[in-house]
Design a protein around this ligand. Sequence first.
Ligand code: FAD
Length: 632
Amino acid sequence: LSYDYVVIGGGTAGLAVASRLSEDTSVTVAVLEAGFDAEGLREVFVPGLIGSGIAFTTLDWAYKTVPQTNLNGRNLTVHAGKGLGGSSLINAMIFPRAGKEQYDAWGQLNNDSSWTWDNLLPFFKKSELFTPPNAFQNASGVRYEEAMHGFNVTEGRVKVGFPNYFFNQSALWRKAAEGLGFPASPDLANGDPHAVGIAPNTIDAANNTRCSAACAYLTPFGHRTNLLVVQNATVSRIIWADSTGGNLRAIGVEYLVNNQNSTIDVSKEVILSAGAIGSPKVLELSGVGNSTILNTAGVKPVLHLPTVGENFNDHVHSWANAFTNITLTKDVLQRNSSFADAQLLLWLRDRTGLYSAAPRSMGIAAPSDIFSRTQLNDLIEQAETNLMRFAEQFSNGNPNLTKGIAAQHRIALDLYKQDKSLPLEMNAEPGYSGPTSIGNRPGVNYTSINVVLYAPLSRGRTHIVSADPHAQPAVDPAYWAHPLDVAAQVGGINLARRMLTAPPLDTIYTGEFEPGEDKDSDAKIEEWLRSVVASDNHEVGSLAMMPRDLGGVVDTSLKVYGTANVRVADASIIPFTISAHTVSTIYMIGERAADIIRAARIESELFSSPNWLAPLQTAFFWLGRGLANWLV
Ligand SMILES: Cc1cc2nc3c(=O)[nH]c(=O)nc-3n(C[C@H](O)[C@H](O)[C@H](O)COP(=O)(O)OP(=O)(O)OC[C@H]3O[C@@H](n4cnc5c(N)ncnc54)[C@H](O)[C@@H]3O)c2cc1C
């Protein structure tokens, strides 16, 4: 078997890249995916069944972290989808975008303006096919800005829309947040999310079903003869050409199906899209990484690239929840099986009711929503004083990465100072959301606020510990290793408490369950949080796009340093977590990657032909490409 492009991982970005590349019938594309096609499962396509059935077992890598020193030594689970569509198969379908300043910061860190909000927006828009809210959704409070979305029915892929059901308490919560100073958002995907509103969802408005990367980028194009998708194929390594100096060239990929080894040859490029934990794992299994770590794991080093798997960072999640006098919450679905059955029937028949919603009213908080000016100044001053100490601590003995993390922290602290950092997401859950299992909490109705830390300064790592491709890597996000992270998350719980008791949400509040009224100081909240906070499954940064002398692993054309033809397109390349759920950004990366790869091929073909017209052709090509991007 030989293909021009081999994509490792048929997840969110992987399917986007493969699908776009295979639009060109003159090239061949193969996708190797460890999981299977799960689009037809109810727990995948019914929005309200998120997290049920096999979503968090068979369809989940469920990576375990090493004991987290700052979280009472707990081993947390980082969920990541396994199947065609990857994490977009099992995620919560929330589809906002981060603040424009965060995308601009990537560009700033990489000295490349093509990775800034204005230049990335066309790729965000290209990835989506947006259905504006209908009259019912408008009346329920949905807002959107037309200029921010993609409506091109031939080009757009991910179906984005709004649910057919809204809980009353979500509207009360939005009003409460507005009363506390959050502006009402005209659109949570407009690059200015310091506001409160209803987030768009990856939902097909025509039938109220989830639209994963498989629905968007594969199912409609599965018939293409130049696109091969191999399911249940776990990639064990990239095969390199013998090289004496120069960049490493990938010539094939080895993978296992039912423990049987196969290989596929590659004539042009390998695209690594196995996710922020899977991609560094494959690179390390292929001999690219820190030689000491590879030798210890029993893998022969081929290229010493010591920051592979470093700079790993993730959002962390916590909750405040209260008892409520409101009679209809998601809790009722769990307690009353005949009501749940009736709701499921309602969804199957009319595509409405409680199962039609992936309900998320959300607000994004700025530092000024969480801290007093004095508190914030003190925290920033401490972080600045200790900046190099933390950069060294987080960079695992790698002097270049120390500089890279220091640069990231400077940018982050600058955003904190300008009140543009957006360190927390607050989102309202119409029911119980928290760490206590159903059997261990009072069987009543709840209203909850999820508090997600969006701007962690902590950095950890993920590395292989064995040459066995089926072995899980040692994942260490080093959650809460920086004091500013701890202070922001504690501040978030205080803000959540203020929201739960602010008018008009106070009309349904009948007392706090968690953290619990006994947690009456920041110190006590912090102690409780250390025993409960969880991953929000937005892990990024393990193959960071940064200059090589700042410890980066890929350049701004997504190519792995020291290789001739291996690029990364997935969450691994995002250098620091962003102030949003990640999936819209990952689709943007997939679109951008396909564009970069296509341009590289055309350019190399033009230049390799002995044609005096080549420079002119190249000029027309770039002009045309710019025009096409401008038009979407
Ligand atoms: C439970 C959960 C809820 C989330 N909720 C939201 C949300 O509501 N909104 C949002 O924006 N984001 C959400 N996210 C995050 C978001 O979905 C992910 O950040 C994003 O989908 C990651 O895309 P990716 O392409 O980097 O990786 P993935 O989509 O995870 O794709 C990686 C693919 O590679 C495959 N793979 C891995 N290793 C190998 C190997 N060795 N060989 C072959 N294949 C391999 C995997 O099986 C997978 O299919 C959530 C994530 C989870 C897990």
